[in-house]
Design a binder for this molecule. Structure first.
Ligand SMILES: Cc1ncc(COP(=O)(O)O)c(C=O)c1O
Length: 317
């Protein structure tokens, strides 16, 4: 975990980010908050989870500096869920001025920021940036897990919450699971106390940096400069396609050749029908490189290049 503020009484151990989010949303909903803004584009299904918690979920724009705080201000929401370290899926790291503006907004509306501390440990161009939660522990609920740092199968995560939300989150946990796996927690604690967790993070950062460098070089050589975005952190990046390309057709053809990438449109807010009514984003592919070795990265980009060039104008949008 990065420089945040963690006191034992504000920390709740959960089975991964997703479960922490579910509990936190239920707790803020029961505290009287009615509307939450979700990054658009953003991770899928969070709107469904928010609605199940009784919240009205609305989209908020993301641009080249991260979440658009002016848009958020006009949304009427008193809660927002953000991925500041490495926006999912655009890969933008929230700009310093936006970080300050976001905290100001939360204080203005007596609101709360849910910080998905996703990909924070893997920053390549500089030291990891401190968490938002560390800047304002009374306005931010930080949610983290070991899914990206160790493995998603471990199902361990944490929620660091302002004091007023802790009883509600603990109650959700007690009612739905009674507890997170204790033996796994003991093993993780041992990894952390002995310094092996930190050593693992340093090793993986080097591995991912090497894969990212291969991806960047291959894309530049194949598609030219400036096509890849979101490389400062994490294990995925955004490949901008030519304006007339159909990202869905390219992703489908790539999958048929064993190369799995996601069209950016898959991260649009709401149901597919509703997404048809929002402003289109330029075509792009979300490319994960965390679990792909360097040779497969090179091959994958060559496959995508061939597909983009072979698509007839009829299948381009
Ligand atoms: C945006 C985002 N946040 C967090 C996570 C981690 O979720 P979990 O801890 O439930 O595995 C993921 C998993 O892929 C993710 O896509």
């Amino acid at each position: 975990m990065r420089s945040g503020f963690a006191a034992a009484e504000g920390a709740v151990i959960v089975s991964g980010f997703r479960q922490g989010l579910t509990f936190a949303l239920a707790a803020i909903s029961r505290s009287g908050i009615r509307r939450i803004a979700l990054e658009d584009p953003g991770p899928r299904e969070h709107d469904v989870i928010a609605r199940r918690a009784g919240l009205d979920a609305v989209p908020v724009r993301v641009d080249s500096e991260g979440v658009d705080v002016e848009h958020l201000r006009s949304s009427g929401a008193r809660a927002v869920l953000v991925t500041p370290a490495h926006q999912c899926p655009t890969g933008v790291a929230l700009a310093p001025a936006r970080r300050r503006a976001l905290l100001t907004w939360a204080n203005e509306v007596d609101g709360v920021i849910l910080e998905d501390d996703y990909d924070a440990e893997f920053r390549y161009d500089r030291q990891p940036v401190g968490s938002l939660q560390g800047l304002d522990p009374d306005r931010v609920i930080a949610l983290g897990s070991v899914s990206k740092t160790l493995a998603p199968a471990i199902r361990l995560g944490w929620v660091l919450a302002p004091r007023r939300f802790v009883p509600g989150i603990v109650e959700e946990k007690r009612l739905s699971t009674r507890g997170a796996p204790a033996l796994d927690q003991e093993a993780l604690a041992l990894l952390m106390e002995t310094g092996r967790y930190d050593r693992h993070l340093r090793r993986m950062r080097d591995t991912y940096r090497a894969r990212r460098d291969v991806l960047a070089a291959e894309v530049e050589c194949t598609f030219g400069p400036g096509r890849l975005e979101g490389l400062a952190a994490g294990c995925h990046a955004l490949l901008r396609l030519p304006d007339d390309a159909s990202e869905a057709a390219v992703a489908e053809a790539a999958a048929a050749r064993g190369v799995r990438v996601n069209p950016l449109g898959r991260y649009r807010f709401g149901e597919p029908d509703a997404a048809a009514h929002v402003d289109p984003l330029p075509p792009a592919l979300v490319i994960g490189f965390g679990n792909v070795d360097e040779e497969r990265i090179r091959r994958g980009i060559r496959v995508i290049d061939r597909i983009v060039r072979s698509l007839s104008p009829g299948t381009r949008r």
